[in-house]
Ligand binder design. Structure first.
Ligand code: 13P
Length: 270
């Protein structure tokens, strides 16, 4: 387990990686790591995330208020977006926000990453929906991201960029790499006349691999709330039936809450 100073060093290292891999330009992007339920490390606002040293890193509480920050540094302007992820997903230990070229191009075009085109993307991500546009630094972004948090570990932010989260910082960063690689492949295969998509049976076999390995995080393989919608692979609900038939005790409270909400809405009782 890394100590606080080592985690600050790791945030700087990941900052360099996102900068050097064209995932952020100038001062864009932000990174946070959970220390415990009341303390979080985060990148400061308005600096290049490619040139940080550990003294740049700020510490905030669960509401995003400053606990410690060196002179001249203030927490990221998007800290509320990070805090919403930790609030709604107690299993999450780190959050990364970046503007990777291909993923952001899809976010700007308003096209979610839903086509099942290669095994790793299907297994690691399933599909990546787009959270509706919100003004940066306001509560609009956390509010629009919230509904995806129980089901995914990555979203595109409409006309803005991408947001990923996972158990630790390396895993959250790897999610960002996977999102960008998937977006790049999708873009390039569209240039070549369009990708050849996996059929439902092939997608289901890949989802089964994920389940078998007990991979952490949320994924459409575990629950597909977009049955019949446009935000998911063409699973035809095959991943939904797995959840419906599952032992009810294994269904998470978030899933129960979402299903209740949808039933009440359909009954006009919302
Ligand atoms: P901060 O430097 O305040 O973290 O903002 C960067 C950014 O990308 C906002 O979306």
């Amino acid at each position: 387990m890394m100590n606080e100073y080592e985690l600050k060093q790791q945030i700087c290292e990941i900052g360099k990686r996102i900068y050097n891999r064209n995932m952020v330009a100038a001062n864009d992007g932000n990174i946070s790591v959970k220390l415990n339920d009341n303390e979080f490390l985060c990148t400061p606002t308005g600096v290049s995330k490619g040139f940080m040293t550990p003294e740049y890193i700020c510490k905030v509480d669960a509401q995003g208020n400053v606990i410690q920050a060196n002179k001249g540094f203030k927490p990221s302007s998007e800290i509320k977006m990070h805090m919403r992820v930790y609030q709604k997903r107690p299993d999450v230990g780190a959050v990364v926000h970046a503007h990777p070229t291909f993923a952001t191009a899809f976010a700007i075009a308003g096209i979610p990453l839903t086509q099942p085109i290669m095994p790793e993307a299907v297994i690691a991500l399933g599909c990546v929906p787009i959270a509706e546009y919100g003004t940066p630094s306001t509560m609009e972004i956390p509010d629009n991201v919230e509904k995806y948090l129980p089901y995914y570990d990555a979203v595109l932010l409409e006309s803005h960029g991408a947001l990923t989260w996972s158990t630790d910082l390396l895993a959250a960063y790897h999610k960002m790499e996977s999102v960008e690689f998937y977006a790049e492949l999708l873009y390039k295969s569209k240039m070549l006349g369009g990708p050849k998509e996996f059929d439902k049976a092939t997608v289901e076999k890949l989802y089964e691999i994920r389940r078998k390995f007990g991979m952490p995080g949320k994924h459409p393989a575990d629950l597909c709330q977009n049955k019949g919608g446009t935000n998911c692979h063409n699973c035809g609900g095959s991943s939904c039936s797995g959840s419906v038939n599952a032992d009810p005790k294994s269904v998470s409270p978030e899933v129960v809450a979402e299903i209740t909400k949808q039933v009440l809405a359909q009954l006009g009782m919302k």
